[in-house]
Design a protein around this ligand. Structure first.
Ligand code: HPA
Length: 248
């Protein structure tokens, strides 16, 4: 089964026909909120809101382990994650959708692995390709069928948040090779791999990163929210197609 993790601006899926809700418990605590079970385009899916349904959980306090563990317990094998980002690369302007293919981790102090005891047999997640190539291709094909432009590839810089970035930090991420910056890509990407989930991100550019484009003095949150809301309409269209063609 496929699951969708909604981020900022996507705490509900209007086109999801909900059959039931379920509160989950895991050895790692509780996920961000009840899981919504339902059908999208006649296919079964699970939806969950990463920041909680009232959008109260900041990126560094999301229980990423509980979220992914509980999804796997429900028989999920594929996860499409929706994340908002700031655009560093010049073509990543507000409103652009992009499916990243690489990530750099600048987060700290988060529970970033399931292997956190000294007596468990552990494996080293093979992070060469952090995202599932087949799921990425499936999303991009679906976007093209849904006639929603979506860019193929880019490097996601995952920052600790919840504060936004300084211009010097963005310059550094750019020198490191990053194309976009967001706060939730890590450790979600690693944890999904540790659980053998096929995982990919649709990143939604909601603002220019600090010092880029019109963001010389700071971010206008009202504009960010308006951009996120408009872009989420496109994301919903893509998701309908992703789910409908699930299993190709
Ligand atoms: N920086 C970090 N995270 C973000 C941004 C940003 O500019 N926009 C959305 N998430």
């Amino acid at each position: 089964m496929l699951a969708i993790i909604g981020g900022h601006g996507l705490t509900e899926l209007a086109n999801l026909e909900i059959t039931h809700r379920q509160v989950m418990r895991t050895p790692y605590g509780e996920p961000s909120g009840a899981f919504l079970f339902g059908t999208l385009n006649q296919q079964e899916v699970i939806f969950m809101a990463r920041h909680g349904y009232g959008h109260t959980i900041p990126p560094h306090l999301v229980n990423y382990r509980a979220n992914l563990w509980a999804l796997r317990e429900q028989g999920v094998s594929k996860v499409v994650s929706i994340s908002t980002v700031g655009g560093i690369r010049t073509d990543l302007t507000p409103g652009t959708l992009v499916v990243p293919d690489q990530i750099i981790d600048y987060t700290h102090g988060r529970d970033a692995t399931f292997y956190d005891t000294r007596d468990a047999i552990y494996t080293n997640a093979n992070f060469t390709l952090p995202y599932c190539p087949q799921l990425r291709a499936h999303i991009l094909r679906s976007a093209s069928i849904a006639q929603q432009p979506c860019l193929d590839g880019g490097v996601y810089a995952a920052t600790q948040g919840p504060r936004l970035d300084s211009i010097a930090e963005i310059n550094r991420y750019e020198r490191d090779g990053a194309d976009m910056v967001g706060m939730t890509g890590m450790p979600e990407t690693t944890l999904a791999m540790e659980l053998d989930l096929n995982y990919a991100i649709i990143a939604v550019v909601v603002n220019y990163a600090a010092g880029r484009g019109d963001n010389k003095q700071g971010i206008n949150m009202e504009r960010v929210n308006a951009t996120a809301n408009a872009a989420m309409e496109q994301v919903r269209g893509i998701l309908e197609c992703v789910v409908g063609r699930n299993g190709d």
